[in-house]
Design a protein. Structure first.
Length: 63
C-alpha cells in the first residue's frame, strides 16, 4: 500500500480497516455513491484515500 497514492483499491482498504473484501467493496461502493451524488467522478474498484479516511476517522488526524 502506497500511503501517498490518491486512490485505494480493495486490498488497501481490507488492510487499513482489517475487514473482508466483501465488506471493503460495500464501503467503497457506498463512498463512491456519496461522491457521485456530489458531482465527483468516481472509479469503480477504487476509493479516494482522503475521503475514506475522513469518513472513517473523522477530520482529526489520528497518530
Amino acid at each position: 500500500m502506497d500511503n501517498n497514492s490518491l486512490f485505494m483499491n480493495v486490498e488497501d482498504v481490507t488492510k487499513e480497516l482489517g475487514i473482508s473484501k466483501s465488506c471493503a467493496y460495500k464501503i467503497m461502493r457506498s463512498l463512491n455513491a456519496e461522491l457521485a451524488e456530489k458531482g465527483y467522478i468516481t472509479i469503480s474498484g477504487r476509493v479516494n484515500r482522503k475521503y475514506l479516511e475522513e469518513k472513517i476517522y473523522g477530520n482529526e488526524k489520528i497518530y
